[in-house]
Write a protein that binds this ligand. Structure first.
Ligand code: FO1
Ligand code: CA
Length: 310
């Protein structure tokens, strides 16, 4: 299997390209659950839903999250009742959260529910959460400790960040399928996702990090930082807050003990020698995924880098 460690939007788009250049049945996405939260009594798993709905081609392409053509009747009534409305849940999207919550309450695991939703939406790529245990990511700010979505969506990244608390680093077990999957992988790809709050939680699970540092399988990353800026989301302030340099070189350094290679953008070509001097094979190409041709080209380049290393 080609295993992709995955956050939300960037990873989903990358996997779309990958699934167009190799058989989707050969791909498994291991998805961050650090963003998961309970709201209105419902279990919401943003990155699992973003990956599943993107691959099912039902995602709202403008936002990168939520269901295309969704309506907000429920949200309007929640507002009337005085319920919190900072996290927008469309009517169709709510069906996913209702279904997941009911299944979890009936005793199913998050892995089982993720697979049920994947099958129901006709997605051939395997999708597994990093863990079936709760592992919320908290952001430590001048306004106190916030859940990642409270920081990102409710507070719009305004609070000053001084750290991140990954509960995945605590007593969180990898999902049952995860270690066997990593052990049998032909390639492990770290998607172009936020290194701190998207990939960070997956790598914070001790067994995952140990497996990646000791495996003979090629491990390659795609930099989510291009020209010193994040393609989407708050990677720059979060990387700075935990002492990482928000450049493609900083991404390579973050993963230095895990990766054999990294794909960086043409804009960052000048950083390639510094990355290579750290023993990391570096492929320079266009990494901005505007449409399907660019997604497929990036997937091919990443697989090519991995095969050069193998
Ligand atoms: N992102 C927002 O910026 N605002 C929202 O109201 C919002 C709602 C939402 C609902 C379901 C879902 O699956 C994702 C949602 N997101 C929303 C995206 C999410 O907050 C982040 O973009 C991801 O966690 C990043 O990977
Ligand atoms: Ca996310």
């Amino acid at each position: 299997m080609i295993v992709v460690l995955s956050g939300g939007v960037g990873a989903a788009r990358f996997i779309e390209g990958l699934a167009a250049v190799v058989a989707p049945e050969r791909i498994a996405a291991v998805v961050n659950t650090g963003d998961d939260m309970v709201l209105h009594g419902l279990y919401i798993s943003p990155d699992l839903d973003i990956v599943t709905c993107t691959l099912a081609d039902v995602i709202d392409r403008n936002q990168g999250w939520g269901i295309a053509g969704d309506t907000d009747a429920c949200m309007q009534w929640l507002a009337r009742l005085g319920a919190p409305t900072w996290f927008k849940l469309g009517d169709r999207d709510l069906a996913l959260h209702i279904y997941r919550t009911a299944r979890l309450q009936a005793g199913a695991t998050l892995s089982q529910v993720a697979d049920e939703i994947r099958q129901a939406l006709g997605v051939a790529v395997s999708i597994i959460p990093m863990s079936d245990d709760p592992a919320p990511t908290h952001v430590l700010t001048d306004q106190g400790e916030l859940h990642f979505e409270e920081y990102f969506v409710r507070e719009r990244c305004q609070p000053v960040v001084h750290g991140v608390r990954l509960h995945a680093a605590g007593p969180v077990r990898p999902a049952p399928a995860l270690l066997p999957l990593l052990m049998s992988a032909e390639v492990i790809i770290i998607a172009p996702s936020n290194p701190v709050v998207s990939v960070g939680p997956i790598l914070a699970i001790p067994e995952v990090r140990t497996t990646l540092t000791t495996t003979n399988t090629p491990v390659v990353a795609v930099s989510p930082i291009v020209g010193g800026a994040a393609i989407k989301g708050p990677a720059v302030p979060l990387m700075k807050a935990v002492g990482l340099t928000p450049t493609a070189l900083g991404v390579a350094e973050t993963y230095a003990d895990l990766i054999d290679g990294i794909v960086i953008d043409t804009i960052d070509a000048e950083l390639a020698p510094a990355i290579q001097s750290r023993g990391i094979a570096t492929l320079v190409t266009d990494t901005i995924m505007r449409g399907m041709p660019e997604k497929m080209a990036l997937a091919r380049a990443t697989l090519e880098l991995a095969s050069l290393i193998a």
